[in-house]
Structure formats: C-alpha cells, structure tokens
Design a protein. Structure first.
Length: 318
C-alpha cells in the first residue's frame, strides 16, 4: 500500500469506498474487503492486544463462532504480510468485529496492527472457515485453549450463553505467566450469569503460591475429566497441544468427529510415543472403549490424517 496509511485522505477515500490511491495489485487482491480500526486495546504487558474493526465496504459481514478473517497489510520496510485471525467477538453486529492478537518479535504484521490508530483502514478477506456451533443440543462442551486461541471460544461461549444454551460448558485456558492473564472480569461475569459455564486458567510457569491449575493443559486438564462420553471437545491455539490432545482423546475412545481443532501455529508438530504415553496416563476417564492401544504405532497410524488436519483444522496460512 502506497503512502502514509494514517493520512486523512486515505481514511476519507476508504470510508467513501473509492480508494484510488491504492496501487493496482491492491485493487485486484483477494483481500478485497475493507474495514477501519475503531479501537486498539492492550490487554496485557506481555503483548496481548484486542483490535476492534468496523466494516466499511458496504457488503454483508455474517459469521459464525470459529470463523476467521484474513488481514493483508503493507508493513513498512517489509512489504506485504498477511495472516488469518479467528474472530473474537460473538455474532450479532453486522458492522463491528474484534480480533485478539499476540505481539511478539517474529510477528511483523502483529506489530503493525497493534500500532494502528482509530480510523486507519485495513484490507481483509472473509469471514470464512468452519463453524464451531455444535450440532447436538445436549452434548457437554470441553474447550481447551492456549494463548490467543481463546478467541473463537469467547465468540462461541458468548453466543451460546446469550441464546439460553443450558449445556455444561467448561473452558480451560493455558497461559505461561501471571502477566499473560486477561479477560478475567468478562469470564467472571459469564460464570456468574450462567451457572452452566465454568473456566480455569492453567499456568505453565506459575509463581510460588499459585493456587490454581499448574502446568500445560496437557498436564493439568486430563486428571479433571472424569468422563469422555457425551462430550464434544474443542482445541485451539498451539498445534503441539492440539495434536497431543487429539491423539490422546482418540486413543481413549473419543470419536474424532467429536474433536474440533483450530491450529494457530506448530501445525506440523509430531509428538513422540513417550510424550503420548505420559499424557494418556494422566487421564482418569475410562468410560469409552479404547481406540488406539499401542502408542508406539502413532507414526504408522496417524501420518496421513495428521497431514490432512494440518491443512484444514485451522485458518489456512497464506
């Protein structure tokens, strides 16, 4: 994108739907939709940022929990960068949507997005993806997220609970440090208003005196699941956690169609049998007929399915 992205002229052109200042490639890009920044909220000192956008291209913006948008920006000094982001906000407002990003040293696009100001335009495509809305009206939901993988779950929980859904919904959120914790007021409010919703935070590097869940979610959550039947499992965030939990649940008899996955990174992670033996050994639930019994054969049984999941389980990486 040419020129200063914060100039009033570009903002007016974007709002008016006639951004002729853009080069030809931008006007024919797959990222042909437009929105502008409404607010940038820094939720933690460790880099978690919520950005609110308003759709300004006059086209419908209809989505379901689990859908994503792809954002493309010309990052100064680096050129075009694009990435998909799961929508953080619940469906409802046809013009506004939120995304949750983590700003880190190897993420130039995240740095760029976090630096935007209200009124700055962006180009995006979508929404697209697979809906997380469960088809069954009575299955309990077990949600495991790491980091900003909580994004689609916040959308899902808010949508279901606002609609009067009474099934049991349990959210387990894995973070590294206490400084990574955010959204507590909102999660507490959901739990107070809806007795069927609970959440737990697990820290992989907890401080002395931390009285809540400790360790990665693959360590802290399995002992808490007394039953696996009658539940639908949703996994989002770190691909390593997702691959390990999916294999563990499958080995314990959970039908893989009841496991929904959204990999944000580490999409090609391949857990070793010793790691899998340790994770499976932490589960206390044995109410389903076992699936895979010999975890030493993981690489023989799952390689094709793992590759397929790596391509389709999360937002596509462009």
């Amino acid at each position: 994108m040419s020129g200063d992205p914060t100039t009033p002229g570009r903002r007016r052109a974007a709002r008016d739907g006639d951004d002729t200042s853009q080069p030809a490639w931008a006007r024919v890009s797959r990222y042909d939709r437009r929105a502008q920044v409404v607010a940038v909220d820094r939720l933690t000192e460790t880099g978690t940022v919520k950005i609110t956008f308003e759709v300004i291209d006059g086209r419908p913006f209809v989505f379901s929990p689990g859908h994503w948008v792809g954002v493309e920006e010309d990052v100064p000094g680096l050129g075009l960068r694009h990435s998909p982001y799961c929508i953080f906000s619940p469906p409802g407002d046809i013009r506004l949507f939120d995304i949750l990003i983590r700003v880190f040293s190897e993420g130039p696009l995240a740095h760029h997005l976090a630096s935007l100001r209200p009124g700055d335009p962006i180009r995006f495509r979508g929404p697209a993806g697979r809906s997380m809305l469960p088809k069954e009206p009575d299955t309990d939901l077990i949600l495991l997220a790491t980091g900003v993988g909580i994004s689609p779950f916040r959308s899902l929980c808010c949508h279901l609970l606002a609609g009067g859904d009474t099934r049991t919904i349990k959210l387990y959120w894995g973070l590294r440090l206490p400084e990574d914790i955010c959204l507590l007021d909102e999660l507490d409010a959901l739990a107070t208003r809806h007795r069927n919703f609970t959440y737990h935070i697990s820290l992989s590097q907890p401080p002395h005196g931390w009285s809540h869940l400790r360790g990665r979610v693959t360590e802290s959550v399995p002992p808490l699941l007394d039953k696996l039947g009658g539940k639908r499992f949703f996994l989002a965030g770190n691909g390593a956690m997702i691959e390990e939990m999916e294999m563990a649940l499958s080995s314990l008899g959970v039908d893989r169609t009841f496991i929904h996955m959204e990999r944000f990174f580490n999409i090609r992670h391949r857990p070793d049998p010793a790691t899998m033996q340790a994770i499976v050994g932490r589960f206390v639930a044995h109410d389903l007929p076992a699936g895979l019994t010999n975890l030493d054969d993981l690489d023989l049984i799952f390689p094709l399915e793992r590759d397929v999941h790596g391509r389709r389980a999360g937002p596509p990486r462009d």
